[in-house]
Each structure stands twice: as C-alpha cells, then as structure tokens.
Unconditional design. Structure first.
Length: 154
C-alpha cells in the first residue's frame, strides 16, 4: 500500500520546463520518496494525464489539463484505487487546476466581485465534481499542494 501519492500532469511540466526540467523534478521526487521511506512512508508519483497509469486505477486520464472536472475525477480515481493516507498535488494551478466553486459571497458591484472561489477543498472530499460549495463541507482526505510559480519556465 502507498501511504502518500504525489499527483501532477507530466505534459504540463514538460511544456513549462522541458524534458531536462522534468528530469530534475523527477530526481527531486525520487529524493523525496527516499526521505519518506526513511520515515516509514511509501510514496509514489501518479501522472494524472498518463493513460496507462490512470487505467490501472480504474480512471480516465486527464485530457484537458485546465479542466477542474477532469482533474477532480482523476484524483477521485486515485483515492478509490489506492486510498492513500496523504495526497500531494505537485505544481501551481496551471499544472493541476484549482476547483472552480461558486463563490457564496459573490455580490458585485459593492462587495466580492469574484464569481468563483478557486481552491483545492473539493479534492479533499469524496463528493464528485460540483461548483456548489455545500457539497464539500466534510473533508475526509489529507491533501496538500506543493506549487511552483504559475507560468514559470525554470
């Protein structure tokens, strides 16, 4: 059993950093997995946009890496298949998108003018994709994000 799963989209990392940059990231992830092993945790990287990996988990690979619905479904498949204790999202929202919840405080022009409340909360919940924040009031998954910079190149 894997204790910690690290999820990301390989195609975006390659687009942002090139194959050399991806190799550097993979080396760092290997070092992280080794450090986890020394603490008694088994870690694994899952590329949400990799067809073979996602098929083994009973899910569908992310085709549109900017689509919150596809990313939520893919991460839900990872949890259903592996049931890790921890899940780390690797990359900024341009690598793995935030979820696009309706903002309950939205009331332009006087108050909050953001129609969406972007974040990772839905990934921490078993409910399927929705924009309704009321569907995500009971997180049961431990989720974290290790972001890079949006639109970074190195």
């Amino acid at each position: 059993m894997d204790d910690k799963i690290i999820v990301t989209n390989r195609s975006v990392l390659v687009r942002k950093y090139g194959s050399t940059g991806l190799a550097t990231i993979r080396k760092a992830l290997t070092a992280l997995a080794e450090a986890d092993r020394k603490r008694g945790l088994k870690s694994r990287v899952v590329y949400l946009d990799d067809k073979a990996s996602m098929k083994r988990m009973g899910g569908t690979a992310v085709k549109n890496v900017t689509d919150p619905r596809e990313s939520k479904a893919a991460i839900d498949s990872v949890f259903k298949s592996i049931d890790p204790d921890y899940l780390m999202i690797l990359g900024a929202p341009d690598v793995v998108p935030h979820q696009d919840l309706d903002n309950p405080a939205y009331s332009p022009p006087d108050d909050d003018d953001d129609a969406r409340a972007w974040g990772d909360l839905p990934y921490a919940c078993t409910a399927p994709y929705s924009r309704d924040p009321a569907h995500f009031v009971g997180p049961t998954r431990v989720i974290g994000r290790l972001p890079d910079l949006v639109n970074a190149k190195e």
